[in-house]
Design a protein around this ligand. Structure first.
Ligand SMILES: C[S@@+](CC[C@H](N)C(=O)[O-])C[C@H]1O[C@@H](n2cnc3c(N)ncnc32)[C@H](O)[C@@H]1O
Length: 276
C-alpha cells in the first residue's frame, strides 16, 4: 500500500488534462478533431513511445475484437493505438486517478470511448473476474511493482486459457547503483527493477510459458541519439513527454540514458502465454 501511494505521488501532476490540451493547441492540432496519432508524442510513457508500441504489437499477435487488459495504462496511448489500429477492446487499469481520467477523456476526444476505458485500481488486486481477457500487457510498469509473483498470479487469473501476456519493462542487466530520479520513480523506494531471469522464473512459476524475449537496448540508444540531435536543433517542440514528467524531465531522461548506456539496465520485451 505504501509503495502504491509513493508510486501514485510520483506520477501526480495536478493539471495534466489542461497541460496536454494546451500543448496540442500550441502544436497546431485541432482540438475538436484529434486523432490517436496527434496524441502519440505525449501519451506513450515508455522508452521509444509509439515506435516501441508498434514494434511490440508486431510481436504480440493481436486480432480484431480481442479483449485486452492494459496494466498500468498511464495516459492510455497504447490502449488507443491497439483499439484504433488493431480493432481490440481495451480495458486499462492504473493507480493514478489523474491518469485514469486523462485516459478516458482522450479516448472520448478521439472517438474511441466505445473501445477503450480505464479504471482506477491496482495490478496486485485486479478488479476483474477470472478469464475476462484474451490478452494482457504492461509497458514500463513492472519497475514500480515489488511483488511480481503476485502481479503475475493476478494476470494469470484474469486471462483466458492460452491467453497472451506481453511485457515491455526496463530490466536489470548488471549490478550497480541506479541514478535517480528516473521516469518511473523519484527514488529507490518505489523502484523495483528486476533482471530478465527473475521475470522468467516468476512467470513460469505462475503458469506462463515465455515464448519470446527481445533486448531493446540498441533501439533505445539510437532513440536517445535522435533526441539529442533534436535538442541541439532547438528542442522537442511543445508536445512531448516532458509535459507528463514535469520540471525534472530532463534529469529523469538523462539518468535513464546514462544507466542504459552504462549497461546497467535495458528495456526488454517478453511475450508469454498461459501454459497448457
Ligand atoms: C511509466 S508509466 C507507463 C504508462 C503506460 N503503460 C505507457 O507505457 O504509456 C507506469 C504506469 O504504471 C502505473 N502503475 C504502477 N504501479 C501500478 C500498480 N501496482 N497498479 C496499477 N498501475 C500501476 C503508474 O501509475 C503509471 O501510470
Amino acid at each position: 500500500m505504501e509503495i502504491e501511494q509513493a508510486v501514485a505521488r510520483h506520477y501526480a501532476h495536478g493539471s495534466l488534462e489542461e497541460a496536454i490540451l494546451d500543448a496540442l493547441a500550441a502544436a497546431g492540432k485541432d482540438l475538436q478533431h484529434l486523432t490517436p496519432k496527434d496524441l502519440a508524442p505525449v501519451d506513450e510513457f515508455h522508452t521509444g513511445g509509439r515506435l516501441a508500441t508498434v514494434a511490440f504489437a508486431q510481436e504480440f499477435g493481436l486480432r480484431p475484437g480481442m479483449r485486452l487488459l492494459d496494466i498500468g495504462c498511464g495516459l492510455g496511448g497504447a490502449a488507443r493505438y491497439f483499439a484504433h489500429e488493431h480493432g481490440c477492446q481495451v480495458t486499462g487499469i492504473d493507480l493514478s486517478p489523474e491518469y485514469v481520467n486523462v485516459t478516458n477523456v482522450l479516448a472520448r476526444r478521439v472517438g474511441l470511448d466505445d473501445r477503450v476505458s480505464c479504471e482506477l485500481g491496482s495490478a496486485l488486486a485486479l478488479p476483474f473476474e477470472p478469464e475476462s481477457f484474451d490478452a494482457a500487457y504492461m509497458l514500463h510498469v513492472g519497475m514500480n511493482i515489488e511483488d511480481k509473483a503476485m502481479l503475475f498470479a493476478e494476470v494469470r487469473r484474469v486471462l483466458a486459457p492460452s491467453g497472451l501476456f506481453g511485457i515491455y519493462d526496463v530490466m536489470r542487466i548488471a549490478d550497480g547503483e541506479l541514478s535517480y530520479p528516473v521516469p518511473w520513480a523519484s527514488g529507490p523506494e518505489s523502484s523495483f527493477v528486476a533482471d530478465a531471469a527473475t521475470y522468467r522464473r516468476l512467470l513460469v512459476a505462475q503458469g506462463f510459458e515465455v515464448l519470446k524475449e527481445r533486448n531493446r537496448r540498441d533501439f533505445a540508444l539510437e532513440l536517445f541519439q535522435q533526441m539529442r540531435a533534436q535538442a541541439a536543433a532547438g528542442g522537442p517542440g511543445p508536445l512531448g513527454l516532458h509535459i507528463v514528467m514535469g520540471a525534472n524531465a530532463g534529469q529523469k531522461v538523462k539518468n535513464l540514458r546514462g544507466d542504459i548506456t552504462a549497461g546497467l539496465i535495458a528495456p526488454i520485451e517478453m511475450i508469454c502465454r498461459v501454459a497448457a
